[in-house]
Write a protein that binds this ligand. Sequence first.
Ligand code: UDP
Ligand code: MG
Length: 312
Amino acid sequence: MDKLAIVVPCYNEEEVLQLTSKTLQGVLDLLIEKGKIAADSFILFVNDGSKDRTWELIEKEHAQYARVRGLKLAGNVGHQNALTAGLLTAMDMCDVTVSIDADLQDDVNVIEEMVDKFHEGKDIVYGVRSSRKKDSFLKRSTAQGFYRFMSLMGVKTIYNHADFRLMSRRAVEQFSRYEESNLFLRGMVPLIGYETDSVYYERGERAAGESKYPFKKMLALALNGITSFSIKPIGLITALGFLIVIGSVAAAVYALISYFTENVVPGWTSLILSIWFIGGVQLLAIGLVGQYIGKIYMEVKHRPRYNIEKIL
Ligand code: UDP
Ligand code: MG
């Protein structure tokens, strides 16, 4: 019988943790009862350096329920790293993993369908949101714009899939060989290459607490996703530079002709504006190239992605 580990990254989730624990235990109980997973399947809560009582609550749950385990990271390393820590820790203790957010926005009832697909021989099963009616307009439109932009930049991601997915042990083992520091799991998992499938669900509202992804963090995740997976932006800059050079040569030719025909072009405004514009484009271009260099810098250091403080 296959042993399932549900991995849940938690950052300041004291408001929802007990409910999440109860709900997920219910899912495990049901699956165990139906004989789909082993009786010693478990939930692994990863505490990502929470500043509230999250870890105390995890300890309490662990003391009370045998199926709850905890992983305490030393400090906040962010959702993607915390999830990776959880998956790589769970890997040695189970046969199949399901990762899910702590806030119960993803429908836990499709976990059963995921496990069924796993038994049919799929190594990776994506949870895909069939509708985002419950998300705010801003969240929905920025998220969908992001998925479109990613595919435009040549990054293969699953549309409307976040980090709710099933991965078999061997898929996680394969994933553990990707040693990059700038993690973007949504882009990395499709690279593993094993047989995949999807299950669909409606994304609900957060059961309690507030989003731990403010706009700034979302933007950072999106930028990281693009610059970790695509060098197209650098190509675009080169193309833009090329176009501007051609344009300025044409303008120079025009100015020369005007000079000889004594029809001198007046206007400081246009001159100053074009200098500012080109200056801006240059700064943007240098900044973008700098982003990639910064990434190389971080990767070259090869620092550990997380430190484990305690395992329950
Ligand atoms: N999270 C984390 N570390 C962080 C930020 C978030 O582990 O630095 C976790 C958080 O506890 C939650 C998941 O990542 O389980 C997704 O966060 P959230 O639900 O706030 O994001 P949203 O659904 O609003 O995009
Ligand atoms: Mg959420």
